[in-house]
Design a protein around this ligand. Sequence first.
Ligand SMILES: [Zn+2]
Ligand SMILES: [Zn+2]
Length: 309
Amino acid sequence: MFGNQTLYEFADAFTGHPVPASVLYQGVDTSKLSWAEQLWVDWYKYWGNPVIATGVMSFLLHEIVYFGRSIPWIIIDSMPSMRKYKLQPNKIPTAAEQWRCTRLVLLSHFTVELPQIWSFHPICEYFGMATHQVPFPSWTKMAWQILLFFVFEDTFHYWVHRAMHFGPLYKHIHKIHHEFSAPFGLAAEYAHPLEVLILGLGTIGGPFLLCAYTKDLHIITVYIWIVLRLFQAVDAHSGYDFPISMHNWLPIWAGADHHDYHHMAFLGCYSTSFRWWDHFMGTDVSYKKCRAREAEARRKAALETAKTK
Ligand SMILES: [Zn+2]
Ligand SMILES: [Zn+2]
C-alpha cells in the first residue's frame, strides 16, 4: 500500500516530524533512569517518531482506562448483594443499554478523538510541554499541578454544563447524555460528540494554560491527571454510594451521590469533582432537600424496625 516505505516511514512522512531515537536521547545517561522512565524512553524509541508515539499512547490510555474502569461497575451491577448501595436500586442497566452505550462511546472516540492522534503532540510542543523527555518531574510538582487541573476542570465544567441545560443547547447536544436517568459507569462519555469535544476542553485546557504560562509541565503529569479524571467521571456515573466512597470522608468531593441526582432530577448538581460551585450558586438546594428527606425516611424505618423487634 505504501510502496517501498514501511508503515513507520509513511507515518514519519505524513507527520513531517521524524526524529530518530539517537537524536531524541542524545546526551541522556539512561543508566540513571528509574524503571518507569526507562519504559518511557523505550516507548519513544520503539515508535521512532514522537508524534505517533504520543498520539498512540494518548489514545490507548483513554480506551484502556475508560473501559477498564467500567468493568468493575458492570460486575457490581450483576450482583444483587450490591443493590443496597445503589442510589436508584430499581434501575439496573440492561445488557442492551450497556452495549448501546459502548457503541456510541466507541463511535465518538474513533471519530472525534482518533484523528487527534496526529495533532496532540504538535499542540503539546507548541505550548512548550515536555513529552519524550526524561527524567520525570518530582511527585510534589506533579501533585500541585494536578490539583490545579482538578479545580480548573471543575469550574469549567460547572459553567459549561450549566449552559448546556439551556433550551437549544440541551435539545440539540446535552439531551443524549441525559438519556439514562439512572447512570452507570459506561455512560460517563455517552454524549453527543460535540459535547465530548466541548467538555473535554475543561480536561485538557488546564494543562495547556498552565504550560503556556509556566513552560514547566511534563506530559506524564497530564496523563496521570487524565487517568484520575477518567476514574472520577466513570465512578461519578456508577450509581453506587458505598460507606467508603470518597465523598463520605472528603465532604467537598462530589462523587456518584452528587451526579446521580443530576441524572435523576435533570437539574442542579452541575459540577464534576467538587461541591463548592453548586453550594455557592444554590444549584444544589433541591438535592440537599431530597437527600435530607431520604435520610429522614431511613431513620423512621429504622425506628419502626427497632419497635417491632
Ligand atoms: Zn446535565
Ligand atoms: Zn453525567
